[in-house]
Design a protein around this ligand. Sequence first.
Ligand SMILES: C[S@@+](CC[C@H](N)C(=O)[O-])C[C@H]1O[C@@H](n2cnc3c(N)ncnc32)[C@H](O)[C@@H]1O
Length: 326
Amino acid sequence: MPALSARTRYRRFPPRRRLAGEGTAGWDTLREGDAYDLMSTLTPNSVDLILTSPPYWGHRTYDQQHNWTIIKEFAADPSSPPPYDAYRRKGGVLGLEPYPEWYVHHLVEILDLAKSSLKADGSMWINVGDTYFARWSSIRENGRQGLADHARARRRTPMGGYRQEKQLLLIPARFAIAMQDRRWILRNDLIWYKPNVPPRPENDRLRLAHEHFFHFVKRPTEGRARYYYNLTQVEHGATDVIICNVRPGDNGHSATFPPSVIRPRILTSSRPGGLVLDPFCGTGRALTVALDCGRRALGFEISKTFAAAARQALTSHSSINGSPTE
Ligand SMILES: C[S@@+](CC[C@H](N)C(=O)[O-])C[C@H]1O[C@@H](n2cnc3c(N)ncnc32)[C@H](O)[C@@H]1O
């Protein structure tokens, strides 16, 4: 079929009227706000794939104003985290919880809200990185943790139990186990090896050069989990280790998904035309890759700056590829 001119495309597929909260891209691909609130705007049983990289624990502020003394607002007990809503009402930001346990609890709580919107044969891919414990840790606005490239906040994190100086916290494992405890079935712990991670000042350990990408599916009320999966679209060798260099992010965002890491996840775990949701979409990389793969896309983003960048990416993308049909 010959390529349609922009004018003909506009006539045949006119953009529909914008909905409240809709992005400037002209169709409903971007909703600005807290994923915790926006999950309830999803139609039940409408999402084929949730693919995301939430803020990691203790890494970055992502433009958000955090209450650094929030621990005083609650009983200082890592094992009884306040619900996310109570925590944020006191000025708490996801990823900046005083204890890793609180972070895991909040992240699982938010992702669990997506369960009813995820189709029974849908998938959820979550990319989470780890953190070393330090009683005095530095949190970057947006840059890489521990490197002198951006403004940072210092905060004291209470020690105790496994929270000891120099400890690798195993946050991804704690998160995955908490998800299993909430009835999610873990199908893969994909290791993303990043050969080009920058040098670090420490001389008594190896550099962290991998991240986890967990594949979860819904546990049915009876029988074994059944979900859509197209094995022909995985990387060569079909193993659970992939290699991909990290690159500086787009539009000031330092944690942008490399397309080659997410494209195979989208192609294997959603049908053509299916809806891909990224509830922590940053500058919208997962959304544009999903559209490129012939899927529909929807992103949530709390930061005005990144939401604007995602809208911009979607607008440029649509002017190149045309608006996707719904
Ligand atoms: C690790 S980054 C995601 C980067 C993204 N994968 C990309 O390629 O650009 C996490 C994003 O989640 C956003 N975020 C943090 N807390 C949020 C919340 N409660 N609701 C929605 N977005 C949130 C941050 O502003 C940040 O852009």
